[in-house]
Design a protein around this ligand. Sequence first.
Ligand SMILES: NC(=O)c1ccc[n+]([C@@H]2O[C@H](COP(=O)([O-])OP(=O)(O)OC[C@H]3O[C@@H](n4cnc5c(N)ncnc54)[C@H](OP(=O)(O)O)[C@@H]3O)[C@@H](O)[C@H]2O)c1
Length: 280
Amino acid sequence: MIMVTGATGTVGREVVRLLVARGAEAGAVTRDPAARGFTDGARLIVGDPSRPQSLAPALDGVEALLLSPRAVDGASAQVLDLAAERGVRRVVVLSAVTVEYGGGYRRFAEEFERVETAARACGLQWTFLRCADFAANALAWAPQIRATGLARGVYGDAASSPVHQRDIAEIAVRALLDPDHAGCAYAITGPQSLTQHDRARLIGEAVGRKVAFEEVSPAVLRRALLAQGLPEDVPDRLIGYAAACLAAPGPTTDTVARLLGRPARTFATWAAEHAAAFRS
Ligand SMILES: NC(=O)c1ccc[n+]([C@@H]2O[C@H](COP(=O)([O-])OP(=O)(O)OC[C@H]3O[C@@H](n4cnc5c(N)ncnc54)[C@H](OP(=O)(O)O)[C@@H]3O)[C@@H](O)[C@H]2O)c1
C-alpha cells in the first residue's frame, strides 16, 4: 500500500485519485473520521500524523509514504522513524522551492529543511518535491472576486511561477511507485512567471468578467486572511514570499516537462478548471 498523509489537502487528494486510477492500493490518512469525497477504491485511514502512534496500526504492509509537512506538524522525525521500523521503503516529501532558492521568512524554509533532514536520516529511500507556490493558493481570492471582482493582496508586481497541483501529484505518484527517483530533489514550478496582476487577469478571462488586482498593505491582508479562517501562519508565509518575489522573481524550472514528458500546466488552465469557484 501507498500511504498518503495530507490526503484531504490540495495535492494529497490528487495523489490518492491518481494512485487509484493506476490500480495501486492507496491509504488516505485524515484526522476526520467523517472525511468524504475520496476516490472509490482508496482506503480511509483515520489518524493524526502529528501523533505518529495513531498511524502505527496502518503502517504494516506500507511500501511508500507521501509526507505532507502540514499534516505531520513538526513530528516528521518520529513519523519517519516509525515508518522505517515498520518496513516502509520509500518516502516522498512535499517540500518547498525556498529550501533551494530562498525567499520568504527563513523560519518557513527551516521547517521544510528539518523535514528533509529527518528524511535523509531515517534510512528510507527519499525523494523531495520542492514545490513553488500552488496555483490553488488563488482560491483565497474566491470570496472577494465573487463579491467585488477584485483580488486583494500585497505587492502586485511580485512574480513567481505557480504550479498546478496535478503536476505535483503526477510526479509524486511516479516517485512513490518507482525507486528510480530515490535520492532526487526536484524543484517543481509552473511554466511561466506571473505577477499578481497577471493572475487576477487570467482568472477574469476564465470567468468571463474583468477581475483586477488591488494592492493592500500587509496588515490589511493579514486581517482579511485570518477573517477567512485560514491558519495563523498563512499570512506570514504569503506576505514574506511575495516580498521576496518582488525583489527577485521566484524560480521557473523545466522539471515537470523533463519528468512527465509534456509541458507543465499553465495558470490559465488551472483557472479555467476552477472558474466556478470565482463566479458569483
Ligand atoms: N501552498 C503552497 O503554496 C505550498 C508550497 C510548497 C509546499 N507546500 C506544502 O505542501 C504540503 C501540501 O499542501 P496542501 O495544500 O496540499 O495541504 P494542506 O491543505 O495544507 O494540508 C494537508 C492536510 O493536513 C491536515 N492539516 C491541516 N492543518 C493541520 C494542522 N494544523 N495540524 C495537523 N494537520 C493539519 C489536513 O488534513 P485532515 O484535516 O484531513 O487531517 C489537511 O488536509 C503542505 O505541507 C505545504 O506546507 C505548500
